[in-house]
Each structure stands twice: as structure tokens, then as C-alpha cells.
Design a protein around this ligand. Structure first.
Ligand code: FMN
Length: 182
């Protein structure tokens, strides 16, 4: 496996929506989870759990339900060999106070960071991924037996890539950053 610097990895990552029909090794999935486990979170509250689906029958049953109707725009993910569904958990007291003071739900931030750790680890392992926010969360909760006070928030599809998309347009440096003032 080739070794990449962090910036090279970030540069070569793309959202991948077409996958080879080839399972992803459990060991690789566990490395991605480990990278997510190590991510920072507000007040170290780690308000998430990753549910990985890598069994074809479970995947098919889930995908049929969560990517139908208005969600069928994300049907590409039904053919991903694996998914991670990220559920948000109750926060600890310090994180709840932090949220109130800042008027922001830091769980969303924390989930985004953990998800991207997962994605970049996958990239290092030559796996393709796509974050998916558009899926039927109620159905996912039902099928995966997610407890009532937890919520499915985001998914990541993962597999060996079967496409090589061009880099999507990104803001140029001066539009996305400045020094010492807006
Ligand atoms: C939080 C989040 C949610 C996303 N949800 C979806 C989605 O529901 N369906 C989809 O096809 N892509 C989804 N994407 C992927 C974005 O469309 C993609 O990151 C963006 O177009 C830039 O392309 P790139 O990832 O190749 O740089 C999501 C990305 C993020 C970060």
C-alpha cells in the first residue's frame, strides 16, 4: 500500500458513489472505527455510536427501506458493501451546558469530525466512501433497533471504488480563509 502525507490523502479523497462488488475486510472497517473513536469532541462527550452493517442480507433489507421514495436519490449507496450509521447519544452535563451557552448542538460538530476521521482512514486504506445525510432515519432506527432516545444522524457508505471522479470544485484559498480579520 502506498504511503501518503495527510495533505495528499485529503487531496485525493472524493465522495465515491460506485463500488466494486467486493466485501470490505472487517479488519479495515475496525481501523476506520478506531480512527473515529480517537476523534475530539466537545467536553470529550463522544456523543455517538457507529453501527456498521457489512452483512449483505442486513444491508439489502436496510437499503430497501431507507433509500425509497424521496430518499431514492441516494440509492447508489444500496450497492455499497458496507455502511456505518452514526447515531447521536445523550450528552454529558458539561456538553449540555456548553450547547446552551453557545446556542449550538455540538453533537452535530462532533459527529462530523468523527465521520471525517473514519473517511480519511478509509482513504488511507484505498477505500472509497460517501457521507450520506439523506436517508430515512426513522426506518433505520426501526430496523437497527436503535433505542428511542437515540437518533440516526449520518451514514457513511464504504467499499472499494469503481469510479474515479474528478476533484469537485472547491472555493479558492482567498475565499475560504483570511488572516487577522474577515
Ligand atoms: C454532512 C454531509 C452529508 C452529505 N450527504 C450526502 C447525501 O445525502 N448524498 C450524497 O450523494 N452525498 C452526500 N454528501 C457528499 C457531498 O455531496 C460531497 O462531499 C460534496 O459534493 C463534495 O464532493 P467531494 O466529497 O467529492 O469533495 C454529504 C457530505 C457531507 C459532508
Amino acid at each position: 500500500m502506498e504511503k501518503y502525507s495527510f495533505l495528499e490523502l485529503a487531496r485525493k479523497r472524493r465522495s465515491i458513489r460506485k463500488y466494486q462488488d467486493r466485501p470490505v475486510e472487517r479488519e479495515k472497517l475496525k481501523l476506520c472505527l478506531e480512527a473515529a473513536r480517537l476523534s475530539p469532541s466537545a467536553c470529550n462527550s463522544q456523543p455517538y455510536k457507529f453501527i456498521v452493517v457489512d452483512d449483505r442480507a442486513v444491508r439489502d433489507n436496510l437499503a430497501k427501506e431507507i433509500f425509497s421514495g424521496i430518499y431514492s436519490i441516494c440509492k447508489f449507496a444500496a450497492l455499497a458493501p458496507a455502511f456505518a450509521i452514526i447515531v447521536s447519544q445523550k450528552q454529558n452535563i458539561t456538553a449540555r451546558v456548553g450547547n446552551k451557552i453557545q446556542d449550538i448542538d455540538f453533537r452535530q460538530v462532533d459527529i462530523g469530525i468523527a465521520a471525517e476521521h473514519f473517511v480519511l482512514q478509509a482513504e488511507e486504506l484505498d477505500l472509497g466512501t460517501c457521507h450520506i445525510g439523506l436517508f430515512n432515519k426513522k426506518k433505520a432506527a426501526e430496523i437497527l433497533k436503535i433505542p428511542k432516545n437515540y437518533r440516526a444522524e449520518l451514514m457513511i457508505s464504504i467499499g472499494y471504488r469503481d469510479e474515479n471522479p474528478k476533484e469537485r470544485e472547491k472555493k479558492n484559498f482567498d475565499d475560504m480563509a483570511s488572516f487577522n480579520g474577515y
